[in-house]
Design a protein around this ligand. Structure first.
Ligand code: 3PG
Length: 391
């Protein structure tokens, strides 16, 4: 795979796909992590005399112009961060964009409009692919977060122009790839989140790789039920109980420690103000629900993390959005922040949790991918990455 440094970009037009799909509220960017993560590539291009044409999606406008999903607030934030004007166009392609490109100089940066305003983006439509390819001499993909999508700006255009991975894309693939292919041991994965359904493939794949698999969050209770305990009103996927048993069997066969909660915080209502108590895993009352892992479980998980050389974390341990049920997730975040092992946060909710506890800086790698990191950890080849390797 080519990287950015293999391209001689001076005086060249570079179509650079980034993932600026960032949280916004009232016309302002509320979390600029993804913008900051793309700066090394953008600054490299600019400093090396390229004309950079940035492209991103924002939200899911489904081929129509949605005013609230325009990229102007993103252009503003980017411009503040790089201390340089960013030319934002209201169109994705066409006269306005061509005009803008013809007027800028080497080192300048253009941000075209939300590519998902065009129906051709998600369809990887030939016309849009051509329009993108005609804008530039080179294609650079730095949008790891969107690499699991085979769209016009992530795969289509990669086939039409000399293409390379940006620095963020390179780093994400290197860190996640190394973790899965050549892990330092003991290697521990922590999988949380609400549903077994969403984590089937990742659990299955990781069972072939790890020494310890720690389970937390809502999905844990289907496993707890499979162990033979009652889970009261906790989240339960009846149709996944058999699968949970199979996973535990697979772990045993492979010599993987499959680690489940031994105590939990139960609540009599799904609310911040519910009555709560801590109980052993065999003591969940029939009309209460478990919403976080308990004290003993936290200690146990923290010990495993402390003893590991490599830890990958995807998915919260409880309903961390509510203060009353955030302690389990916080304990795991703290354990990762203090371990000497190499820590990888697999994006999405766990990245949000680490950010909320102000511990992002203490992690070795916080992935900018949500769905993309998950699919990567499932062992899938991401189309956006594959499109670059073909070159
Ligand atoms: C993400 O936020 O995970 C990526 O930007 C992909 O967004 P999408 O799920 O709308 O394709």
């Amino acid at each position: 795979k080519k990287t950015l440094k293999d391209l001689d970009v001076k005086g060249k037009k570079v179509f650079c796909r980034v993932d600026f799909n960032v949280p916004m509220s009232e016309g302002k960017v509320t979390d600029d992590t993804r913008i900051k993560a793309a700066l090394p590539t953008i600054e490299y291009l600019s400093n090396h005399g390229a004309i950079t044409i940035l492209a991103s999606h924002l939200g899911r406008p489904k081929g129509e112009v949605v005013e609230e999903l325009r990229l102007d607030p993103v252009a503003e934030r980017l411009s503040d961060l790089i201390e340089k004007e960013v030319v934002k166009t209201d169109a994705v392609y066409g006269n306005e964009v061509n005009e803008a490109i013809s007027q800028v100089s080497e080192g300048d940066i253009i941000l075209i409009e939300n590519v998902r305003f065009e129906a051709g983006e998600e369809k990887n439509g030939e016309d849009l692919v051509k329009a993108f390819a005609n804008m530039a001499d080179y294609y650079v993909n730095d949008a790891f977060g969107a690499a699991h999508r085979a769209h016009a700006s992530t795969t289509g255009v990669a086939e039409k122009l000399p293409a390379a991975a940006g620095f963020l894309m390179e780093k994400e693939i290197e860190v996640l790839g190394k973790a899965l292919e050549n892990p330092e041991r003991p290697f521990t994965a922590i999988i949380g989140g609400a549903k077994v359904k969403d984590k089937i493939n990742v659990i299955d794949h990781l069972l072939d790789k790890v020494d310890n698999l720690i389970i937390g969050g809502g999905l844990a209770y289907t496993f707890v039920k499979a162990q033979g305990y009652e889970v009261g009103k906790s989240l339960l996927e009846e149709d996944k109980i058999e699968l949970a048993k199979e996973f535990m069997k697979k772990a045993e066969d492979k010599g993987v420690n499959f680690i489940l909660p031994v105590d939990v915080i139960v609540a009599d209502d799904f609310s911040e103000t519910a009555n709560t108590k801590e109980v052993g895993i065999d003591q969940i009352p029939a009309d209460w629900e478990a919403l976080d892992i308990g004290t003993e479980t936290r200690k146990k998980y923290a010990q495993v993390v402390a003893d590991s050389k490599l830890i990958i974390w995807n998915g919260p341990m409880g309903v961390f959005e509510m203060e009353a049920f955030a302690n389990g997730t916080k304990a795991v975040a703290d354990a990762l922040a203090t371990t000497e092992g190499y820590t990888v946060i697999g994006g999405g909710d766990s990245a949000a949790a680490v950010e909320k506890f102000d511990l992002s800086d203490k992690m070795d790698h916080v992935s900018t991918g949500g769905g993309a990191s998950l699919e990567f950890m499932e062992g899938k080849v991401l189309p956006g990455v594959e499109a670059l390797s073909d070159k």
